[in-house]
Design a protein around this ligand. Structure first.
Ligand code: ZN
Length: 197
């Protein structure tokens, strides 16, 4: 099972796609998404024929394909770019944190100061009052929501995601063409982060 994901999500953490079915159809028509299939009980999609135009790989890794108890030593090895799959879950009712084992201390977006405290504590404080929680930068004194802090692409917040499974942190990112397409189809800006668990 794959456990590292490139997550594309709207820059506005509250934004959601009105008609997900229609977005999925468009993403198939534009060659980003391929056919749907069932993956551990969920609907996932294979990459479409133009997938690599939308997602730029800086590197990749070798994947050992283990099916039905084959000895891993003799199992086939393929490039990870051939094994990615995509999931577009329904939006959540409020912003959630997209972060896993790879989360790093966020930075102040104004002065660049690295948050020094416990990240879990920061997230808990946000979680119990998502609307009103603010972080005060101890260096420049500016006040931010957690959404405005710089999570350095190792975490993000939102209600809507496009998940690309099988991408290690730093391996790939959306191309300008992907940002343009998503903006055209949804009417808002998108960004990305990595999630590894
Ligand atoms: Zn600051």
């Amino acid at each position: 099972m794959s456990d590292k994901i490139l997550v594309l999500y709207p820059t506005n953490p509250k934004a959601i796609v009105d008609d997900l079915e229609s977005l999925i159809e468009s993403l198939q028509r534009f060659g980003f998404l391929g056919e749907a299939y069932e993956w551990y009980g969920e609907t996932h999609y294979r990459p479409g024929p133009l997938f690599l135009r939308y997602i730029t790989f800086l590197s990749s890794h070798e994947v050992i394909v283990i099916n039905g108890g084959i000895d891993p030593a003799s199992a086939p090895r393929v490039d990870s770019r051939e094994r990615v799959h995509i999931s577009i879950p329904s939006p959540t009712s409020e912003p959630e944190f997209f972060g896993g084992a790879n989360v790093l201390p966020p930075r102040c977006p104004k002065c660049g100061h690295y948050y020094q405290g416990d990240i879990i504590e920061l997230l808990n404080a946000w979680y119990i009052d998502k609307e009103n929680f603010r972080w005060h930068c101890p260096i420049c004194g500016t006040v931010f929501s957690v959404y405005e802090m710089d999570w350095r692409q190792q975490g993000g917040f939102g209600r809507q995601q496009i998940q690309i499974w099988g991408v290690w942190p730093g391996e790939a990112r959306p191309s300008e063409e992907m940002y343009r397409l998503l903006e055209e189809l949804t009417g808002f800006d998108w960004t990305y982060c990595y999630y590894r668990f």
